[in-house]
Design a protein around this ligand. Structure first.
Ligand code: FAD
Length: 522
C-alpha cells in the first residue's frame, strides 16, 4: 500500500463529519485553529435522522453564524401537545422560555449537516471524505492517527489533539480503551418521513400515548412532510426488516387516528440503548456526541446534546492550541458536559417508562396527572424549559466562579438576553470572553484581565466610555434589572459559549484576576 503526501499538520483532527464533528470544526476554524476533518463515508448521508433543533441550540447556531439559514430552511414549532385515548391531555407552549429563539425548528439532519459543512467550507476547511480512522496512539505531546482512504492507501497524521465525533460505534472511543456503560436492553423505533394529511396543528409537535403501551410522536416539517416516530413493543413489528407504509399506517391508526399517510420518503427501524462513557477526555483525545452518549430519541435531545458538547469543547480546545488554556480548562469539558447527557439519559428513560405503561389503571392515572399538571403555569414553563434545553447550566462547574445573588443569573447560567444587550450580538461578536461591567465608575483597566477579553460597559448615559471595546446604552436600567444587580459596578465574565463564567459584585477586588487565571492564561 502506498503512502500519501500529507496535507499540513493539523492542531486538531476531528474524526466524523456528522453534526457534532462539523460544529466542532466550525468552532475551531472560526478561531483560526488548523483543523482537519475526516469521515469514512464517501458522501454525506442521505438519512435525515434527527430533525429537531431546540432553542438553546439555535442560540448556539447564531454564534456559529448559521441560524438564519437554519430558520429559513426549517419549520418553526411553537408548542407540544400530548394526546391520550382520543383526547388532547396537555399543551405546552414553548414561547415561555427565556431565549431570543423561544421555539424549536424542525429540519432534516441532512440539511443541518449541509448548512454546517457549507459554513465550514466558507471558513476554508473541506471535509476529507472516504477517509477512515483505523487506529491511534497518543503520548504526552502528540496523537498519531492512522487513516485509510477508500483506495486502501494509508496515512499517519500527527496532531496535538483528536476529537472523536464518530458516532455511536466510535473508533476513537475504542482506540483509547473506553466503553459505553449503561443499559443495553435496546429500544426499537419505527421512523417514517412521510407525506400525510391530518387536522393536527402543524406548528406543534404531538405525542400520542396509547393503549398499545408505546408512544407515537408526530413532528411537522416544512412543506408537506411529517416525521413519525413510533416506539415498537410488539415483536412482530420490531422484527420487520423492511418497514412499509401500511405498517406505519396501521400503527398510526391504533395510536393516533385521523392521520392519513400518502407517501413514504424514508422508513426505517432502528434500535437505541441508553449509555454513556465514564470520561469524555482521555489525554489528548476527546469524545463528543453519540461517541460519548446514546439514548432514546424521546424529546429529540440526541443531536442537540452532541452539538452543544462540541460548542463547549471548541473554544477550550482553541485556547489550548494557542497555549492559553488555564490549568483546569480542558478537564472542565467533561465536568460540564457529562452531567448534561447523564440527565438526558435519566429523563428519556423516565419518559419512556411513563409512555409505555402497560396497566390500564396506571395509564388512566398518568393521563389524569398529565392533564392536571399541565394546567399549572409553573409546570408548563418548567416542561417548556426542559424541552428547549434552556434549563441547562454549568453552575456546578469547577471553572465558574463568583457570588450568586438572589436575583438575576448565577455563575454558570446562560447570559440572559436583553434587548440592546443581546448576548447574541453585543456580546457574541468575536470568539473570546466579554467582561461586562454594569454601571459604576468606568475604569481604565481591570487588573488581571487578559488583553484579548472584550470589555463592555453598560451605561445610563449617552456617550461611549473610552477604554472599553463597546458601550451599551441602557437609560432605563433594563440590563441592570435583568441581571439582578442591586449595586452598580458589578462585573460579569461571559464565556465564548454564552455562559456566565464569573459574577463579581462591586468592590469584590481580585475575583476577575482569579477567574481569568483559572480559565485563560495570559
Ligand atoms: C435512524 C436514526 C434516527 C434517529 N432519529 C433521531 C431523532 O429523531 N432525534 C434525535 O435527537 N436523534 C436521532 N437520532 C440520533 C442522531 O442522529 C444522533 O444523535 C446524531 O447524528 C449524533 O451526531 P454525531 O455527529 O455524534 O454522530 P453521527 O451523526 O453518527 O456522525 C458520525 C460520523 O462519523 C463517521 N465515522 C464513523 N466512524 C468513523 C471512522 N472510523 N473514521 C472516520 N469517520 C467515521 C460516520 O460516517 C458519520 O458521518 C437518530 C439516529 C438514527 C440512526
Amino acid at each position: 500500500m502506498g503512502r500519501m503526501s500529507a496535507p499540513a499538520l493539523p492542531s486538531v483532527l476531528v474524526v466524523g463529519a456528522g453534526p457534532v464533528g462539523l460544529l466542532l470544526a466550525c468552532e475551531l476554524a472560526r478561531r483560526d485553529v488548523a483543523v482537519r476533518v475526516i469521515d469514512k463515508l464517501p458522501r454525506p448521508t442521505t438519512e435525515s435522522r434527527a430533525i429537531i433543533v431546540h432553542a438553546r441550540s439555535l442560540e448556539m447556531l447564531e454564534r456559529v453564524g448559521v441560524v438564519d439559514e437554519v430558520m429559513a430552511t426549517g419549520l418553526k414549532v411553537t408548542g407540544a401537545q400530548f394526546h391520550a385515548d382520543g383526547a388532547m391531555r396537555a399543551e405546552i407552549p414553548l414561547n415561555t422560555v427565556d431565549s431570543p429563539y423561544p421555539f424549536s425548528v424542525t429540519l432534516p439532519q441532512t440539511d443541518t449537516e449541509r448548512i454546517l459543512a457549507e459554513r465550514l467550507a466558507g471558513l476554508g476547511v473541506a471535509v476529507e471524505r472516504g477517509t477512515e480512522l483505523i487506529g491511534l496512539e497518543e503520548d504526552e505531546q502528540v496523537v498519531s492517527a492512522r487513516l485509510r482512504r477508500q483506495d486502501g492507501r494509508e496515512e499517519t497524521v500527527a496532531s496535538s489533539w483528536i476529537a472523536g465525533a464518530d458516532g455511536s460505534h466510535s473508533a476513537v472511543r475504542s482506540a483509547v480503551g473506553m466503553r459505553l456503560e449503561g443499559s443495553f436492553k435496546g429500544e426499537r423505533f419505527l421512523l417514517g418521513d412521510v407525506e400525510a394529511e391530518y387536522d393536527l396543528d402543524r406548528a406543534t409537535m404531538h405525542t400520542f400515548f396509547s393503549a398499545d403501551a408505546a408512544p407515537l410522536v408526530v413532528f411537522p416539517m416544512r412543506g408537506d412532510r411529517t416525521r413519525l416516530i413510533a416506539q415498537l413493543t410488539d415483536q412482530t413489528e420490531a422484527d420487520a426488516a423492511e418497514p412499509t407504509l401500511e405498517q406505519m399506517q396501521a400503527i398510526t391508526d391504533r395510536r393516533a387516528g385521523g392521520v392519513r399517510l400518502l407517501e413514504a420518503h424514508w422508513l426505517t427501524v432502528f434500535e437505541i440503548h441508553h449509555a454513556q462513557v465514564p470520561r469524555y477526555r482521555h489525554g489528548r483525545a476527546f469524545l463528543a456526541g453519540d461517541a460519548a452518549h446514546v439514548h432514546s430519541p424521546a424529546g429529540g435531545q440526541g443531536m442537540n446534546t452532541g452539538m452543544q458538547d462540541a460548542f463547549n469543547l471548541g473554544w477550550k480546545l482553541a485556547l489550548a492550541v494557542e497555549g492559553r488554556a488555564g490549568a483546569g480548562l480542558l478537564d472542565s469539558y467533561h465536568e460540564e458536559r457529562h452531567p448534561v447527557a447523564a440527565r438526558v439519559i435519566k429523563q428519556t428513560t423516565r419518559m419512556t417508562n411513563i409512555a409505555t405503561l402497560r396497566h390500564k389503571g396506571q395509564r388512566t392515572l398518568r393521563n389524569h396527572l398529565l392533564h392536571l399538571a399541565s394546567g399549572l403555569a409553573p409546570i408548563r414553563a418548567e416542561l417548556a424549559h426542559q424541552i428547549e434545553e434552556t434549563d441547562i447550566n454549568y453552575r456546578s462547574s469547577p471553572i465558574v466562579a463568583g457570588a450568586g445573588h438572589s436575583r438575576g443569573p448565577k455563575p454558570g447560567d446562560a447570559a440572559p438576553d436583553v434587548a440592546g444587550l443581546s448576548m447574541h450580538t453585543a456580546l457574541a461578536e468575536g470568539t473570546e470572553h466579554s467582561l461586562l461591567q454594569i454601571g459604576g465608575e468606568p475604569r481604565d483597566s481591570e487588573p488581571g484581565v487578559p488583553a484579548s477579553v472584550r470589555r463592555v460597559f453598560v451605561s445610563e448615559g449617552t456617550s461611549s466610555e473610552p477604554g472599553y471595546d463597546l458601550t451599551v446604552f441602557d437609560p432605563e436600567h433594563r440590563i441592570q434589572r435583568r441581571y439582578g444587580v442591586p449595586d452598580v459596578g458589578a462585573l460579569f465574565a461571559i464565556r465564548p459559549d454564552g455562559y456566565i463564567g464569573l459574577r463579581a459584585n462591586q468592590g469584590q477586588t481580585g475575583a476577575t484576576a482569579e477567574y481569568f487565571d483559572k480559565v485563560v492564561s495570559r
